[in-house]
Design a binder for this molecule. Structure first.
Ligand code: BTN
Length: 223
């Protein structure tokens, strides 16, 4: 797909600007006044970092898997850095979160993939996880190009039914897999062994009493 890019100096949220645009559109902004994260959290969005939203076709039951596609695309765009993935799609550098992904469905059966990457700065206070930035070691145009190419390739892979290939790439870069982790769910926190990243994208967690949980959404903490 050839992306059709719209650039703005400032928007409220690139996801918000993208949601009324057709499939293949990309919104890139210099900064955001109302950047949003998962679970209605704020995504602090000063100038210098990357704020990008791409509109893609929804893929029926496979649509949530686009979150892993986006995570893998960010990893590939940042192949010069020692970056890793924390389930479901946080990107870590030196243990700190440098990028976040927010998928939002639109009213006309498409999906906005919103990606924020801390290129020059990262919020430091009141964050639930440690944060990090790329310390300006990559230029924004270079990063944008690599990211859009990687997104294109990996969205196509999923659309052609190859989540197995995305999953293999994801597993190679996963942190916490095979280790004890803590998962914060809306009503409880579970600690256990991260046994598997399932073929459906779930986090398979086994607690010490051998109960197996299939988790589809939550916040993972490495312990
Ligand atoms: C998260 O980790 O909570 C997800 C953060 C997603 C942030 C990006 S920045 C570009 C796009 N526009 C937004 O308002 N949010 C996403």
């Amino acid at each position: 797909m050839k992306w059709k890019i719209k650039r703005f100096e400032q928007v409220q949220s690139t996801n918000e600007s993208a949601k009324s645009l057709p499939v293949g559109s990309v919104v890139i902004a210099g900064c955001q006044t109302g950047g949003r994260g998962r679970y209605g959290r704020v995504w602090t969005s000063p100038k210098g970092n990357l704020y990008l939203s791409a509109v893609v076709s929804e893929l029926g039951a496979q649509t949530p898997l686009l979150a892993f596609v986006a995570g893998v695309a960010v990893i590939e765009a940042l192949s010069d850095f020692p970056v890793y993935l924390k389930w479901p799609n946080d990107i870590l550098l030196n243990g700190g979160k440098i990028a976040g992904i927010l998928l939002e469905k639109t009213e006309d059966r498409s999906v906005v993939i919103g990606i924020g990457i801390n290129v020059v700065s990262c919020p430091k206070e009141n964050m639930m996880y440690p944060t990090a930035s790329l310390d300006n070691k990559i230029s924004l145009p270079d990063l944008e190009e690599k990211l859009l190419n990687a997104l294109n390739t990996n969205v196509d892979l999923l659309a052609q039914g190859h989540f197995d290939l995305i999953r293999n790439k994801w597993i190679k870069k996963a942190v916490g897999l095979g280790k004890t982790i803590e998962v914060h769910l809306p009503k409880q926190t579970i600690r256990g062994l991260f046994k598997e990243f399932s073929p459906q994208g779930e986090l398979i967690l086994e607690t010490p009493d051998k109960i197996v949980h299939k988790i589809t959404a939550g916040d993972v903490f490495l312990i």
